[in-house]
Design a protein around this ligand. Sequence first.
Ligand SMILES: Nc1ncnc2c1ncn2[C@@H]1O[C@H](COP(=O)(O)OP(=O)(O)OP(=O)(O)O)[C@@H](O)[C@H]1O
Length: 264
Amino acid sequence: METNNIIETNLLSIGYQHTNTVAEAISIQIKKAKLVAIIGVNGSGKSTLLKTLSGIQPALSGNFFLNGKAFQNYNNQSLASLISLVLTQQNFSKNLSVLEFISLGRHPYTNWLGITSRADKKIIARAIQQVGIENLKGKKCDELSDGQLQKVMIARALAQNTPVILMDEPTSHLDMYHKAQVLHLLKNITQETQKSIVFATHEINLALQLCDQIILIHQGKVVQGSPSELIQQKVLLDLFPKDLIVFDEISKSFRMSNKKKHSD
Ligand SMILES: Nc1ncnc2c1ncn2[C@@H]1O[C@H](COP(=O)(O)OP(=O)(O)OP(=O)(O)O)[C@@H](O)[C@H]1O
């Protein structure tokens, strides 16, 4: 199938076989070089959608295409050269140096001994330079701050050199400045490398300002569009109970409600 979409789903249902359907009838399209945020309240299904798109969690039903080819027609090796997944709680030996950890991103391409070639080393060096962490190369991963570790994770995904990077909450545990810094970095990466980055986030205000596209999961349904399309469609107005948080259409951001609660 000839397509401009790097990811496309058609009436996809996601969830867990023996417990529940988390969201259904998901039809989304993601083009190259886009920064895409998945938003929704706690438990709405952001991580489940990422896990399904990466192949960790099987879809319950529906169709899913990567680069125009049905997902089930890829083997693990070819998937690893198309999609990298960055999870917040990743299990890895923190005893590794930053350089060793980022080099693991080349794993799908290295030979059976796991030896990196000169070309691999070039890609690793470029990933480190793109993220701006040359000064951290020799450090052990357990010597890093949360913000530094987040950048190292991004560099490893870049070293994997896939056209799609999926990330679960890349800004969790970061202060306001570093949240904005990491999201700007992701935006620059999509523009400079033509990769698409799809990430789950609770930073809705930042996502509305920076992202090309938003995937909103709300009560089992998924709406996709540019930030301005979602604002026009008014789908953000009912995201949270209005007693505490409201969407301000003028500033295009969520803010504390001015309403005085009777119970206060
Ligand atoms: N392994 C699992 N087995 C069964 N149900 C699960 C599993 N993981 C998550 N769920 C359920 O699926 C739903 C969606 O969870 P998910 O983690 O995808 O939400 P989320 O939007 O990422 O939440 P948060 O913002 O809190 O991280 C929740 O009801 C959760 O309890």
